[in-house]
Design a protein around this ligand. Structure first.
Ligand code: HEM
Length: 524
């Protein structure tokens, strides 16, 4: 069945596996795109006897992602196990289902509103830190990854800044290097075998990196548990959402915006995903007690019906820390670099911000984020051209007939959803390689197939952090752009993309900034 699907020529025993020899991850991305152009939106490859099928048609992507059946991750995700264990990203079956049901509501829109104060404070901190870079060329990703780690620690993990005694920088760097090792294991077939991998220097390096990564997450859980037991001994009950929101600087106006009124452009773009995030939001708070992520994990371990083990908490903390920071660090860095190239787009973003804030330095409210319509289009367009997760993979547990062509994908195959390729397909986007935020004008977005835009995946296993990410990105980016003008001397055509687990630039995210004069700008 696999051989009925078109794909590059194979050699005996190895299939197409030898293609990886001597190629860097950057070469491989290019190679895959060329094969996709040559063979179409359904392409097969053989890694020895293992069949891998690449999909880049929205109709086929919907068949896989929207199904409650094809939700198991491909065996390639097992390389994450020493790091993430059986956390939400990797787990399957009942474990995945019950943990998803528990974790997704911890990103309810009303919980997110309670994070706005922290998003603001950390964004201001970035603006302060960036002051030392004025006039120089520097890698903005370093700042974005430290900020996104700090923000996660303070929001989802509920670790106050006083308790955070070191920067997230070492953690973020270790994550980046870990992803590189895992990615090399994906395409260098000899590294797939544990006995061979363990003989290489990669294994030793992996051990060192995991001690940094797990060092931070263990510390986070320990500190949170200590607080929990200390509070419990004093008879302190974890705060309800109402208490949580009243402790933070959430404005009355923000409090009064109900979940179902808080519709943004993205909510329309992602409406067709049919995932649980909108459903959760529509179950409005009332008197219901809602807890942020780690509070809920610890509370459930002590009192919940599920009795989470310490190891399960650790797996989920490692998963959220990874998924929640590296993706948004890459996304925000791409936005700033693109705005540094397209000055007219940057001017439009700034004018929108000027209309909302004037020349004031006040923090962003939730209501303000609903007004940032152009910035939102810029973010969505950036995630189209540079999706932080450029591909995702599922394991087929039964044969699947796809929609675009007359092929049956056989049980046992790995299906790779080529997000990067779909997002740049001329079938869905006019001038697909051109940065054009108007691709997300409601009238343009509404004519496209929902699954032609899947930066957060879609369906039952979509990203639980989608709304968190978009809200955080708006606050972080708007705060930076109100203070600095961004300039990038490297045009998009010279970006060297690194086809890693998380899409980055191997040439770094080089940027220059100049302090902004807070006056409206002329646009074309
Ligand atoms: C721009 C930012 C982000 C992007 C582009 C993104 C993208 C994705 C994608 C494509 C997946 C599916 C991965 C797969 O199937 O292999 C995913 C899953 C996931 N994401 Fe995100 N993500 C972002 C931010 C976040 C944030 C901020 C969090 C948490 C705070 C988060 C937590 C998760 C989790 C836990 C999963 C696994 C969900 C499951 O399998 O049920 N992500 N994300």
């Amino acid at each position: 069945m696999g051989n009925l699907i078109p794909g590059p020529e194979t050699v005996p025993f190895f299939g197409n596996a030898l293609i990886a020899l001597g190629k860097t991850p950057d070469d491989l991305i290019q190679y895959c795109l060329v094969q996709q152009a040559k063979y179409g939106s359904v392409v097969r490859g053989w890694l020895g006897s293992k069949l891998v099928i690449f999909l880049a048609d929205a109709q086929d992507v919907e068949v896989i992602l929207n199904s409650p059946i094809h939700i198991d991750k491909a065996p390639e995700y097992n390389f994450f196990k020493p790091w993430l264990g059986e956390g939400l990203l990797i787990s399957s079956g009942n474990k995945w289902r019950s943990h998803r049901k528990m974790i997704a509501p911890t990103f309810h829109i009303n919980i997110l509103k309670s994070f706005i104060g922290v998003f603001n404070q950390n964004s201001k901190k970035v603006v302060e830190k960036l002051r030392s870079e004025v006039g120089k060329t520097f890698d903005v990703h370093d700042y974005m990854s430290t900020a996104t780690v700090d923000i996660l620690l303070e929001t989802a993990m509920g670790i106050t800044r006083k308790t955070q005694n070191e920067s997230g920088f070492d953690y973020a760097m270790a994550v980046m290097k870990m992803c590189d090792i895992i990615h090399q294991r994906h395409y260098k077939f000899w590294l797939r075998f544990d006995p061979i991998f363990k003989l290489t220097s990669f294994f030793k390096e992996q051990k060192r990196l995991l001690s940094i990564i797990h060092g931070l997450t263990n510390k986070v859980i320990k500190s949170k548990k200590e607080t929990y037991f200390e509070n419990k001994s004093k008879g302190f009950i974890p705060p309800t959402l109402d208490e949580l929101t009243s402790q933070t600087e959430i404005s009355i106006a923000d409090k009064n915006i109900l979940a179902n009124q808080a519709k943004t452009l993205s909510d329309t773009v992602f409406k067709g995903y049919r995932d649980d995030l909108d459903y959760n939001d529509e179950q409005d708070v009332g008197e219901k007690k809602r807890l942020a992520f780690l509070d809920l994990m610890i509370e459930s371990a002590q009192n919940g019906s599920q009795q989470l083990t310490d190891n399960e908490i650790k797996e989920e903390v490692d998963t959220i820390m990874f998924e929640g920071h590296d993706t948004t660090a890459a996304g925000s860095s791409f936005v700033l670099c693109l705005l540094g190239i397209y000055h007219d787009v940057q001017a439009k973003v700034y004018n929108e911000l000027y209309n909302i804030f004037g020349d004031s330095d006040r923090p962003v409210t939730f209501a303000d984020t609903l007004e940032m319509k152009y910035l939102e289009r810029v973010i969505l367009e950036t995630l189209r051209l540079y999706p932080p997760v450029p591909a995702i993979a599922r394991q087929l547990n039964r044969d699947v007939k796809i929609a675009s062509k007359d092929y049956v994908l056989p049980k046992g195959a790995t299906v790779v959803i080529g997000t990067y390729a779909i997002h740049r397909s001329p079938k869905y986007y006019k001038d697909p390689n051109t940065f054009n935020p108007d691709n997300f004008l409601p009238e343009n977005a509404s004519c496209r197939h929902y699954y032609s835009y899947v930066p957060f995946s879609a369906g039952p296993r979509s990203c639980v952090g989608r709304k968190y990410a978009l809200l955080k990105l708006k606050i972080l980016l708007s705060t930076i752009l109100r203070s600095y003008k961004c300039i990038s001397d490297i045009p998009e055509s010279k970006f060297k993309l690194k086809g890693d687990i998380i899409l980055k630039r191997s040439d770094g995210f080089q940027l220059r900034i100049v302090p902004r004069e807070r006056v409206p700008l002329k646009t074309v």
